[in-house]
Write a protein that binds this ligand. Structure first.
Ligand SMILES: *[C@@H]1O[C@H](CO)[C@@H](O)[C@H](O)[C@H]1NC(C)=O
Ligand SMILES: *[C@@H]1O[C@H](CO)[C@@H](O)[C@H](O)[C@H]1NC(C)=O
Ligand SMILES: *[C@@H]1O[C@H](CO)[C@@H](O)[C@H](O)[C@H]1NC(C)=O
Ligand SMILES: *[C@@H]1O[C@H](CO)[C@@H](O)[C@H](O)[C@H]1NC(C)=O
Length: 464
C-alpha cells in the first residue's frame, strides 16, 4: 500500500471534526468508523496512522464526565509533544522535506494559528525558568531542524487545548476569570518541542493569556522525577528490558531481511542502518505523505515500513508479558505520581494551589506512567497524546473525592490496577481518591517485589 492509499483509508475510518473543518454533520456521519470493517488492532499501517494523529479527525472525548452532583476540583494533564521532525536521519539519503514554519495556507490548519504566533512573539522571557528562556517559542525553520515541532504538532496541541477549554473552563468553570499564577502549574522538559507544545496547548486552553501570570518550570528528567531520580534498581530493570528487546529482535527473521534489504539500498552496513533507527525517519515520511527515499539501488518502501512497524507492535506485546518494563515503570513513574497525589490531596483539603497542572513531556514519560497504572490496553503514546487525572468532589458528601484517568479522551479509570475491581467491592460510581493514594504510597511497591514498602527500599534492594 502506498502512503496516499493509507491516508485515504484513514480519512474513511476516522470522523472528521465538524467544528474545525466546517464539515456538515451529515457528511460527518458518513465518515463514522464502521466497527465491522475496522481492521484488527495489529494492522501496522492502521496503527501508524493512529500514531501520526493527523489533525482534522475528531475523537471520542470523555473528559469532564461525572454525575451532576460532582464538582471538578483539579485537573492534571500529561502530554507528549506534537508531531516532530525525526531525531535521526537514514544515512546517504535525502532527509524528508518538511517545512516547520507556521503558515495559514498549509494543512493542517487551526483557526487560532496566526493568533498563537503573534501572541508568542510578545512572550517575555520572565515567564520561563532557565534554560527555557533561551528556546524559541514556536517552530520557524523552512527546513525543519532535527526534532523540531511541526505545524502539525502545533495544531494538535491547539486542538487539545481548545478541547480542554470547552470542557474544563466553559462547562466546569475550573478556573475563575481572574485566575492567578499559583492556580496554574506548568512544567516542561528543556526541548523546544515540549515547550512549544505546552505553549500551544496553553494558548488553546487560555487564548491570549496574560504572559505576566504564567510561569513554565523546567524539568531536567524525562521521568519528571525531580529530586528523586537516583534509583539503581530502576536502572537494572531497564538494562534487562533492553537485553530482552535485543534478543527479541534477533528472533525476527523477516525484520533482519528487511534491514538487510534497506542497508543494500542505501549502501551502508546493516549495523549502521539499525543504529540510525530508520523507523523514526520513515514515520515522518509516512505521517507527512512524503515518499520514502530512493537511491540508485532502489527505494525504501511501504513493505519495509510495515515489517518494522509490525515488529514494534510485537515488541510492545512481549514487553508487557515479560514485566521487566513494568518493574522499570513502577519505579520510574513513582515520583511524578507521588507528586500528583500530593497536589490532589492538597486540593481536596481545600488548600490554595493549583487547579490546572500541565506537564509537557515525551513518550518516555507517558509510557511508564501508563504501564505503572496497569493500562496494558493503552496504545504507545502517539504524537500529542494526552493523559489526564481529574479530581472530583461529591457535593453531597464534600469529604469524599474521586479520580478519573483519561488517555486520549478515553476513560481508563476502571482499567487501572487501583480501580479495576472497584465495582465488585463498592457501589460507588466513581473511583475514590484513596485508591490511587494507597496504590502510589504502598501497593505499587508490593506489585514490584512483594516486599518493599517504599520508594527508597524498592530502589535499593539487593538482587532485584
Ligand atoms: C477573584 O475575584 C474574586 C471575586 O470576584 C475575589 O474574591 C478574589 O479575591 C479574586 N482573586 C484574585 C486573585 O484576584
Ligand atoms: C499525498 O501526496 C501525493 C503526491 O505525492 C498527492 O497527490 C496526494 O494528494 C497526497 N495525499 C494527501 C492525503 O495529502
Ligand atoms: C512523596 O511525597 C511526599 C510528600 O507527600 C514526600 O515527602 C516524599 O519525599 C515523596 N517521595 C518521593 C519518592 O518522591
Ligand atoms: C520478603 O522478605 C523476606 C524476609 O526478608 C524474604 O524471606 C522473602 O523471600 C522476601 N520475598 C520476596 C518476594 O522478595
Amino acid at each position: 500500500m502506498d502512503i496516499l492509499t493509507a491516508l485515504l483509508l484513514l480519512v474513511h475510518l476516522i470522523p472528521v471534526s465538524a467544528a474545525k473543518d466546517g464539515v456538515s454533520s451529515k457528511s460527518r456521519k458518513r465518515l463514522m468508523p464502521n466497527p465491522v470493517t475496522e481492521p484488527p488492532v495489529t494492522d501496522p499501517v492502521y496503527e501508524a496512522l493512529l500514531y501520526c494523529n493527523i489533525p482534522s479527525m475528531a475523537e471520542r472525548s470523555m473528559e469532564g464526565h461525572a454525575p451532576h452532583h460532582f464538582k471538578l476540583v483539579s485537573v492534571h494533564v500529561f502530554i507528549r509533544h506534537g508531531d516532530r521532525y525525526p531525531l535521526y536521519t537514514i544515512p546517504k539519503t535525502k532527509r524528508p522535506e518538511v517545512d516547520c514554519t507556521l503558515v495559514a495556507n498549509r494543512k493542517p490548519y487551526h483557526p487560532k494559528l496566526e493568533a498563537f504566533v503573534s501572541h508568542m512573539a510578545k512572550g517575555p522571557g520572565a515567564s520561563f525558568e532557565s534554560p527555557l528562556n533561551s528556546l524559541p517559542l514556536y517552530p520557524n525553520h523552512p527546513l525543519c531542524e532535527m526534532g523540531e515541532l511541526t505545524q502539525t504538532g502545533v495544531v494538535q496541541h491547539l486542538q487539545n487545548g481548545q478541547l480542554l477549554r470547552d470542557i474544563y473552563l466553559k462547562k466546569h468553570k475550573l478556573l475563575p476569570h481572574n485566575w492567578s499564577t499559583e492556580q496554574l502549574y506548568l512544567e516542561t522538559t528543556g526541548k523546544s518541542r515540549t515547550l512549544q507544545s505546552g505553549l500551544a496547548l496553553l494558548y488553546g486552553f487560555l487564548p491570549d493569556f496574560d504572559w505576566k501570570r504564567i510561569y513554565f518550570r523546567h524539568q531536567p528528567s524525562a521521568l519528571f522525577c525531580s529530586g528523586s531520580c537516583y534509583c539503581p534498581v530502576r536502572n537494572q530493570y531497564l538494562e534487562k528490558e533492553q537485553r530482552r528487546q535485543y534478543l527479541f529482535r534477533l528472533k525476527n527473521g523477516p525484520l533482519d531481511r528487511t534491514y538487510g534489504d534497506m542497508a543494500r539500498i542505501v549502501d551502508i552496513p546493516i549495523k549502521q542502518l539499525r543504529a540510525a533507527n530508520p523507523i523514526d525517519s520513515m514515520l515522518c515520511h509516512f505521517c507527512h505523505n512524503v515518499s520514502f527515499p530512493c537511491t540508485r539501488s532502489g527505494c525504501i518502501d511501504m513493505e519495509h515500513f510495515k515489517v518494522i512497524k509490525a515488529h514494534q507492535l510485537d515488541d510492545e506485546r512481549e514487553r508487557r508479558e515479560k514485566k521487566l518494563y513494568f518493574g522499570y515503570s513502577l519505579l520510574g513513574a513513582h515520583p511524578i505520581l507521588n507528586q500528583t497525589i500530593d497536589r490532589m490531596q492538597r486540593a481536596a483539603q481545600g488548600k490554595k494551589g493549583e487547579l490546572f497542572t500541565l506537564y509537557s513531556a515525551h513518550d518516555v514519560t507517558l509510557s511508564p506512567i501508563l504501564s505503572a497504572l496497569g493500562l496494558s490496553e493503552a496504545r504507545f503514546p502517539r504524537f500529542a497524546a494526552r493523559l489526564i487525572f481529574e479530581l472530583w468532589q461529591d457535593r453531597e458528601k464534600p469529604r469524599e473525592h474521586s479520580v478519573r484517568i483519561l488517555y486520549n479522551g478515553i476513560d481508563f479509570t476502571f482499567h487501572t490496577s487501583f480501580c479495576q475491581d472497584h465495582h465488585k467491592r463498592s457501589p460507588k460510581h466513581m473511583c475514590p481518591l484513596e485508591n490511587l493514594v494507597h496504590f502510589v504510597k504502598r501497593d505499587m511497591f508490593v506489585a514490584l517485589d512483594g516486599n518493599s514498602t517504599n520508594y527508597y527500599d524498592a530502589c535499593h534492594r539487593e538482587g532485584a
